[in-house]
Ligand binder design. Structure first.
Ligand SMILES: Nc1nc2c([nH]c(=O)n2[C@H]2C[C@H](O)[C@@H](COP(=O)(O)OP(=O)(O)OP(=O)(O)O)O2)c(=O)[nH]1
Length: 137
């Protein structure tokens, strides 16, 4: 992969937020890209921030929630049909409160690991879901 193609990859931090053995899954709204698909909340990294700073900012914006980041998991790059590529950088996180106010998503569900596969995930998230199922709890 050359430098130019690396620069063109959209970098997206996302949070696997755990509480009492459940994981927070978020459904994109009808008006977002990838409408009604399930994802791990997060968003695009801005130039002057780290992946972790990006994640804390996005989770505050989208869920009105403070998180503690536990560890970074392996990232996966996905190529859409239109050739756009995103690199999803997942982090295991703890929620620092139970209060969540959704500002963008349609719905959230707290699911156990064994229930994760039931959701209609955004394609780019499927390797992360599989990695998590195989390696955690
Ligand atoms: N946050 C997040 N985004 C994901 C996931 N899976 C996945 O394909 N995406 C895509 C959707 C978006 O195109 C992009 C993240 O962008 P974003 O959340 O910052 O912005 P957005 O949906 O408002 O998109 P945009 O209109 O600003 O381009 O990554 C995921 O698990 N979490």
């Amino acid at each position: 992969m050359n430098l130019l193609s690396k620069l063109n990859i959209l970098k997206v931090s996302c949070a696997i937020i755990e509480m009492e053995g459940k994981i927070l899954c978020a459904q994109r709204s009808e008006i977002m890209k990838l409408p009604l698909k399930w994802e791990f909340p997060g968003g695009k990294k801005e130039k002057n921030e780290s992946y972790k700073e990006c994640l804390k900012r996005e989770i505050k914006e989208e869920l009105d929630l403070e998180i503690e980041i536990v560890e970074r998991l392996p990232s996966f790059t996905y190529r859409f049909l239109n050739k756009e590529r995103i690199k999803l950088i997942p982090f295991r996180c703890k929620a620092l409160s139970r209060d969540i106010n959704l500002t963008e998503h349609q719905e959230i569900k707290w699911l156990g690991k064994e229930q994760l596969k039931k959701l209609d995930w955004a394609e780019a998230d499927i390797p992360i879901v599989n990695y998590y199922i195989q390696n955690y709890k």
